[in-house]
Design a protein around this ligand. Structure first.
Ligand SMILES: O=C(O)CCC(=O)C(=O)O
Ligand SMILES: [Fe+2]
Length: 197
């Protein structure tokens, strides 16, 4: 695990966008994807809002994904395996970068064909607890023509487009980088979350 943590952290330090191709094993990514699909067929995935609890709005012209929050209380073996990786990552990140992260929140995310998430920043205007954004992709056999790339727009650099390949993880500062999910031509699955202070 340490090697994929280093890959993520070092690429983040070098160019503000951390990318690790296999942060999760393909096995765990596959198990989480199965979980997500079950939740979706059980109608547990619900439209995501924009803004936080007080200011939540469901606007499909801004974002079209459906979500389901992960929770240790679910006692789901795959969710717990995911939390184990995250707990280890946070210990490692705090030790190596003095980040002072004390918590996190993650949800499963599904963008069905035809949906997107317009350009935005992840940190809420009225709450700065979200320090780092992390997205872990769960899609096998993705090709560029499938769309659904994560496009990131650094203030002082070139835009970057990232394919949502299974096991791949992206990590960046929530207050700094504007980004969007480009229109996807097929179902696009992920776990999205924030490390908090
Ligand atoms: O799924 C992605 O690539 C990004 C999702 C995102 O920007 C968000 O949920 O805030
Ligand atoms: Fe975002």
């Amino acid at each position: 695990m340490q090697q994929s943590f280093d890959t993520l952290i070092n690429s983040f330090i070098e160019n503000k966008i951390g990318i690790s191709a296999n942060f999760l094993s393909l096995q765990l990514a596959g198990d989480l994807k199965e979980n997500l699909l079950q939740l979706h067929s059980g109608k547990s995935m619900l439209p995501a809002g924009t803004g936080n609890q007080q200011l939540v709005a469901h606007d499909k012209s801004v974002r079209g994904d459906v979500i389901y929050w992960l929770d240790k209380a679910h006692n789901n073996v795959h969710e717990n395996a995911f939390f184990e990786v995250m707990d280890a990552f946070i210990v490692y990140l705090n030790r190596s970068c003095y980040t002072g992260i004390t918590g996190y929140e993650f949800h499963y995310t599904l963008y069905e064909a035809g949906s997107f998430y317009k350009k935005h920043l992840d940190q809420f205007r009225n709450n700065d607890s979200r320090q780092y954004s992390m997205i872990i992709y769960l899609n096998s056999d993705w090709v560029p023509a499938d769309g659904g790339q994560l496009a990131i727009y650094p203030k002082d650099g070139d835009a970057q487009q990232i394919d949502p390949d299974s096991g791949k993880t992206v990590f960046f500062k929530s207050s700094e980088l504007e980004h969007e999910v480009l229109l996807t031509n097929k179902s696009r699955m992920s776990i999205t979350g924030w490390l908090k202070r």
